[in-house]
Ligand binder design. Structure first.
Ligand SMILES: Cc1cc2nc3c(=O)[nH]c(=O)nc-3n(C[C@H](O)[C@H](O)[C@H](O)COP(=O)(O)O)c2cc1C
Ligand SMILES: C=C(O[C@@H]1CC(C(=O)O)=C[C@@H](OP(=O)(O)O)[C@H]1O)C(=O)O
Length: 385
């Protein structure tokens, strides 16, 4: 499976085409909208989220609520477009020249993008680098999720840190965790830390600053043997790391005990293998976070990732105007102060996409029926191995 997206943050719409989704999978706009709405929630976001109320239009590949095997085309309209059509139209006009953005924000794509693409109006960079794009990426992930759900794979996230404030980690199964974190404005399972986390965001915002955080995603019910050890680009932990690291502002990623493994002995890192006739092979622990040799072990996949603080600051750090070459004191219209809870939903769906691709590679088929046949036969074989 593959997908491409197009569209600017303040343009008319975001668009995606998904190629390779099998036929006979139940899929409606409602399935996708659930994920889009989850992504919009969360404490710390700016005024843009009050303007948007994201919902998808499925404009190809689905008929009467079922996929047909044809490319799936998705559209999400930007409600903010009505305020930007003069500046963001596709037809020639003088408007952008008068209102060109020449002040690059440290930490955003503005300066590098301006240099690389020879742009004198940095809007031509920020419009596409904006995390508005994660809306349509989540829509694609939500389609992948439909396939995974049919085979009992659940994915959930929890926020483990906002800036200086850590939250207690929950080890609830994914389906339960999802219910708990859904009730939290910070997408955390630790209700006691919530107030402190929100205060931390408020304080950063009041100081003209921003905060990042730490997110964990768990995927449960994933069969053993997705991905492969035989080629570097078929290692599924590698594909997931790439997908996670490609999310705007994500700066690090680990599986299982992760970076802690550097300080631990092997006996404290690896998971003992066990066998019983009823379940076949199992593990005594899941310190590997669900991966060995680039393949799933059958244990839950546990991925954590770091989101850096938002780059657009109300009290900005030093930068230089690309036209005048003078330092400037920026005037910011609006920005998020913290988008970690929203990013957790993006991360879930980015991982869902990679899992669905690996699932189709393993059990491949043009239709749900073919995939089912391959999947259940394999699962029977695994239990008797
Ligand atoms: C959900 C989400 C919302 C974001 N909101 C903002 C924002 O309001 N302002 C901002 O400057 N950056 C925001 N970012 C981060 C930037 O998009 C990101 O830092 C930028 O594209 C540069 O990419 P990099 O940080 O990966 O290098 C957001 C990121 C995510 C995932
Ligand atoms: C629009 C979204 O996030 C945006 C991501 C973003 C950025 O620079 O990444 C900047 C802000 O956009 P604006 O400049 O329009 O206020 C965020 O609101 C979204 O998540 O849907």
């Amino acid at each position: 499976m593959r997908y491409l997206t197009a569209g600017e943050s303040h343009g008319p719409q975001l668009t995606a085409i998904i190629e390779g989704m099998p036929s006979n999978i139940g899929l409606t706009a409602e399935h996708i909208d659930i994920e889009l709405q989850r992504r919009q929630k969360g404490y710390g976001r700016g005024k843009r989220m009050a303007i948007e109320s994201d919902s998808v239009r499925i404009v190809g590949g689905v008929r009467h609520g079922m996929t047909t095997g044809a490319p799936i085309a998705l559209v999400v309209d930007n409600k903010d477009w009505s305020h930007w059509s003069g500046i963001m139209g596709t037809e020639p006009t003088d408007e952008p020249v008068k209102r060109a953005i020449t002040r690059p924000r440290p930490g955003h794509a503005d300066l590098n993008g301006g240099l690389k693409y020879r742009q004198t109006d940095l809007r031509n960079i920020l419009e596409r680098s904006s995390a508005r794009e994660t809306t349509i990426r989540v829509a694609c992930g939500a389609v992948a999720r439909r396939l995974l759900q049919l085979f009992g794979i659940d994915i959930a996230s929890q926020v483990l840190r906002i800036g200086e404030i850590a939250a207690e980690r929950s080890d609830l199964p994914a389906a339960e965790l999802r219910k708990v974190t859904e009730l939290s404005p910070l997408r955390t399972a630790d209700a006691d830390s919530e107030a402190g986390m929100m205060r931390h965001i408020d304080e950063a915002k009041a100081a003209g600053d921003s905060v990042g955080g730490l997110i964990e995603v768990i995927a449960q019910g994933v069969p053993v043997g997705l991905g492969s050890h035989v080629q570097w680009d078929r290692k599924l932990d590698g594909s997931i790391a790439r997908a996670v690291m490609s999310i705007q502002a994500f700066k690090g990623c680990e599986f299982g005990v992760g970076f802690e493994a550097a300080a631990l002995r092997g006996s404290m890192v690896h998971d003992e293998i066990r066998h019983d006739p009823q379940h076949g092979f199992t593990r005594a622990s899941n310190r590997a976070g669900g991966f060995e040799g680039g393949m799933t072990t059958g244990e839950p996949i546990i991925v954590r990732a770091v989101m850096k603080p938002i780059p657009t600051l109300y009290k900005p750090i030093g930068s230089v105007d690309i036209e005048t070459k003078q330092p400037f004191a920026a005037q910011i219209e609006r920005s998020d102060s913290c988008a970690v809870p929203a990013a957790a939903v993006v991360m879930e769906n980015a991982i869902a996409w990679e899992l669905a691709c690996a699932f189709l590679e393993k059990f491949g088929g043009d239709s749900y029926e073919e995939i089912s046949r391959n999947y259940y036969e394999y699962m029977r074989y695994v239990r008797s191995y």
